[in-house]
Design a protein around this ligand. Structure first.
Ligand code: HPA
Length: 276
């Protein structure tokens, strides 16, 4: 896709315009970013209005990770236009942070005032079985990068020094608990990744307050909060974090665990969308 700007916010506006044209949906209300293995959840959410290949929108790379679908899907749920982003760019794939958060900025340029970020994560809490969804209460951005680093946001955009006291909306967590009052909450540590963690690294982040570990989400949350949008974060525990059980960590197991949890996740996401 040819693009004419290097400004990430303008690029997001171009992508949103192209999305509106290709889906025929002028504005979206809510976006859901699907994590590894969550693709099944895209199928049961509501009436599919249109599918667009992400690679057809300005600024989106072709995803390389098994378990991610390369689609932007417009879904009607009740009176809400929901944008489901089935492909996510990660820092560990070599993408710059602007590319990693481009989906979220595009969704916001498309009108979304609520963003639901989902991911697969290693669990540090031994009480959480594989398949447990967990609401994110807060995060540790341990990627060493930030969407707020680099050239200052220009024009009417908010300044870069975004307040992250409530990175994940308490209102939205309460709403999710109306759908499932057994949902626990926890702090998500987002690492650069590429490799899974060592047990020593898991012990370290546990001492720092992490309950979950993964390789996504934290940068998107910062980018969304910068633009004033409410974020609901949901991790699916796909494995015990390295060294916290007798098991090794295996990407195939991660995808399998996420697929198994599909029906519960669809019900949860649908329930939240209906309450929004
Ligand atoms: N670590 C990092 N990322 C992950 C994990 C993990 O244990 N499981 C799923 N994504």
């Amino acid at each position: 896709m040819n693009t004419t700007t290097t400004d990430p916010y303008q690029l997001a506006a171009q992508a949103a315009a192209e999305l509106a044209q290709r889906t025929g949906v002028e504005r979206h209300d809510v976006a859901i970013v699907l994590g590894s293995g969550w693709a099944e959840a895209a199928d049961g959410l509501g009436n599919i209005v249109a599918d667009v290949a992400l690679a057809d929108l300005p600024g989106f790379p072709a995803p390389t990770v098994l378990g991610h679908r390369n689609l932007a899907r417009s879904v009607a749920v009740g009176n809400k236009a929901v944008l489901v982003l089935g492909g996510r760019a990660h820092l560990y794939e070599g993408h710059p942070v602007t590319t990693v958060v481009h989906g979220v900025r595009t969704a916001i340029a498309a009108g979304c005032q609520t963003i639901i970020l989902t991911n697969a994560a290693g669990g540090l809490n031994p009480a959480w079985p594989v398949g447990q969804p967990v609401l994110l209460s807060d995060q540790l951005n341990l990627t060493g990068d930030s969407p707020m680093a680099g050239p200052a946001p220009s024009g009417d955009l908010p300044i870069r020094f975004v307040d992250l006291t409530e990175a994940y909306s308490k209102r939205l967590r309460d709403l999710a608990r109306q759908v499932d009052n057994t949902l626990p909450e926890g702090v998500y540590a987002g690492l650069l990744g590429g490799a899974f963690e060592t047990p020593a690294e898991v012990r370290m982040i546990g001492n720092w307050g992490a309950d979950l570990v993964g390789m996504s989400t934290v940068l998107e949350t910062i980018a969304a909060r910068h633009l004033g949008v409410e974020v609901l974060g949901i991790s699916l525990v796909t494995n015990a974090a390295a060294g916290t059980s007798d098991e090794l960590v295996d990407h195939e197991d991660v995808l399998h665990a996420a697929a198994e949890a599909g029906p519960r996740i669809v019900a949860l996401l649908r329930g939240v969308l209906e309450l929004l």
